[in-house]
Design a protein around this ligand. Structure first.
Ligand SMILES: C[S@@+](CC[C@H](N)C(=O)[O-])C[C@H]1O[C@@H](n2cnc3c(N)ncnc32)[C@H](O)[C@@H]1O
Length: 207
């Protein structure tokens, strides 16, 4: 299967169940939420690329003026729309490489290694830059190479045994491919950006 087929089969629902997550992953997810909350502009207009079931924007509802989440998997968008509380949040089915929006945002998010599972990462980055044109307002979190051991355990807990590990990705028996990054590789793909480490297993790039 390809990543879109694996997502369509519901991988994210299981992955977000804390019972499946090794402690290092749980710690990263908690630290990521805190960091992103600190960094998004108060009362800002925020767009989330590969939003899944919308948990990041839903968690930021009290600090945003507008939140728009895009994901190509319609079942996740349906769930995001079911879960969202009243407020200025909108979840749309769409491809992150060709987002059907013209308005501008104060920040663009692509979190929890979503970028590291996207096929055309640079096209997604171009769209993030188009929609959030200010330097430093694009927030991307990805796994570091140090995440391989806990991810291997996590994916096994999800029923996706790891069959290949390279310097740049993990591949599972289902065909799911999840990348990881060094600071050098991140900079070579993103260009100028500020990089910080989150919870020992991930990076935040602010581009
Ligand atoms: C690792 S999951 C994370 C979801 C969400 N950001 C979260 O942290 O809960 C990656 C998400 O990206 C979506 N996705 C992957 N490639 C995409 C693309 N080209 N366009 C839109 N969504 C995409 C998948 O459907 C999936 O929901």
């Amino acid at each position: 299967m390809t990543n879109d087929q694996v997502y369509a089969a519901g991988l994210l629902n299981k992955a977000l169940d804390p019972a499946t997550q090794p402690e290092a992953i749980r710690a990263f997810l908690r630290a990521e939420e805190v960091l992103v909350r600190e960094l998004v502009p108060r009362r800002g207009r925020i767009v989330d690329f590969g939003c899944g079931m919308g948990r990041h924007l839903i968690g930021l509802l009290d600090v945003v003026a507008l939140g728009v989440g895009i994901d190509y998997e319609w079942t996740y968008i349906a769930e995001a729309n079911r879960l969202k509380p009243d407020g200025p949040l909108h979840f749309l089915v769409g491809d992150a490489t060709r987002v059907p929006l013209r308005s501008q945002f104060d920040a663009a998010l692509c979190l929890t290694n979503t970028w590291g599972t996207m096929i055309d990462k640079l096209a997604v980055l171009d769209e993030m830059r188009r929609l959030a044109p200010e330097t430093g307002t694009r927030l991307i979190t990805v796994y570091a190479s140090t995440s391989v051991a806990p991810r291997r355990q996590w994916y096994a807990n999800l029923g996706h045994e790891v069959v290949e590990i390279t310097d740049e990705h993990i591949r599972t028996s289902s065909g799911f491919v999840s990348e990881h990054f060094t600071e050098e590789r991140l900079r070579s793909l993103i260009g100028v950006c500020a990089i910080s480490i989150i919870g020992d297993v991930a990076y935040l790039a602010q581009a």
